[in-house]
Design a protein around this ligand. Structure first.
Ligand SMILES: Cc1cc2nc3c(=O)[nH]c(=O)nc-3n(C[C@H](O)[C@H](O)[C@H](O)COP(=O)(O)OP(=O)(O)OC[C@H]3O[C@@H](n4cnc5c(N)ncnc54)[C@H](O)[C@@H]3O)c2cc1C
Length: 309
């Protein structure tokens, strides 16, 4: 498994817990991944990315809700508002969301579509650590190393999985994959206990509660931010326009990550590789949400390739 982001780690956990010997190698872990910068809402806002990702998102809501109830580290269920100004009509899927409820006029904060939901929220650094420990407990290993040739160093009867996130394209001759940068601005929590998420294309308002801290977000940039402090100040100001208690907060930390953006995620064997090489990347802005569903499907494909373990 190449890559210790949420995609590589979750898939490694599923395979190791099914009894496969798993060796995970990664250039970086924890703070060196895009995954650490995720907010992270386990959300349903994925109809745009196609049927497969919608199904993975449904699996994600189910699996993360279970983890929240079973004390999975960093995962909690939270009430919050989902809003948008991009349409006047509440989408049909909204009514099926766990905890759906209409917002009062004050709660709408000026948005034409606004409703309550109860969804899992993930504090990514403890969660990535939890996944790594779960992998080791199931017998997997984790090594820090930059890979230059995906098939080099492993015997032909092994499967190699390319989960290198925004860097995966260079191993796959894939010009569809584009890094889309974003910030999570970590601030002290002034007493909020519900999340807020605006669905919008390039700039939006969002905050998520992680105990005594909040993560604020709301940008999608084609280049890494030249001035992260200025970008963070803009995010705080946009959020404070909706929630005055966020006014004037100073960041405790600014996290920057590259979303591995593609029309839809890629999960397929490399037809040109002489030994089994599975491409498993491109989960864009919903990689945490889709991680369990995608991991189960990837593990099923690998099980077909390596039966009888
Ligand atoms: C600001 C922000 C907010 C987000 N919010 C959400 C959210 O609320 N909900 C949600 O579902 N998603 C969210 N996302 C999207 C989500 O974070 C990504 O889709 C997901 O993290 C991608 O995971 P990954 O494992 O594919 O990539 P990564 O986390 O980037 O992991 C890739 C791994 O590959 C390794 N690697 C790269 N090149 C090599 C190499 N040559 N050799 C060895 N290893 C290599 C890297 O070191 C890294 O460990 C957000 C993203 C950002 C940036």
């Amino acid at each position: 498994m190449v890559g210790a982001g949420v995609i590589g780690l979750t898939t490694a956990v599923v395979l190791a817990e099914r009894g496969y010997p798993v060796e995970l190698v990664s250039a970086g872990r924890g703070r060196a991944t895009a995954s650490h910068a995720a907010a992270a809402l386990i959300g349903p806002a994925v109809p745009l990315f196609g049927e497969q990702m919608l199904a993975w998102a449904e699996t994600g809501i189910r699996e993360f809700s279970k983890l929240a109830r079973d004390g999975g580290r960093g995962v909690r269920l939270q009430d919050g508002r989902l809003v948008t100004a991009t349409t006047d009509e509440t989408p049909e899927w909204a009514y099926r969301i766990p905890g759906y409820g209409p917002c009062s006029p004050e709660e709408r904060a000026g948005f034409p579509v606004a409703f309550w939901a109860e969804l899992p929220i993930v504090d990514m650094l403890p969660y990535l650590d939890y996944l790594e420990q779960r992998l080791r407990l199931a017998g997997g290993t984790v090594t820090e190393r930059t890979v230059t040739d995906l098939r080099d160093g492993w015997p032909p009867e092994t499967v190699v999985v390319n989960s290198a996130g925004a860097a995966a394209g260079k191993f796959a001759a894939d010009d569809q994959l584009t890094p889309v940068y974003g910030l999570s601005v970590i601030v002290p929590n002034p007493g909020l206990d519900t999340f807020f998420y605006e669905a919008a294309a390039s700039e939006w308002v969002s905050w998520f509660c992680h105990g005594d801290r909040l993560s604020l977000g709301g940008d999608a940039l084609l280049q890494p931010p030249a001035d992260p402090e200025a970008a963070a100040a803009e995010i705080i100001a946009r959020c404070a326009a909706v929630e005055p208690r966020l006014q004037g907060l100073e960041p405790l930390e600014i996290r920057v990550g590259a979303r591995p953006m593609r029309e839809t995620a890629r999960l397929e064997w490399d037809a040109a590789s002489p030994a089994p090489l599975l491409h498993h990347y491109g989960h864009g802005s919903v990689g945490v949400t889709t991680s369990w569903g995608a991991a189960f499907d990837a593990a099923d494909l690998i099980e077909e390739e390596l039966p009888g373990r």
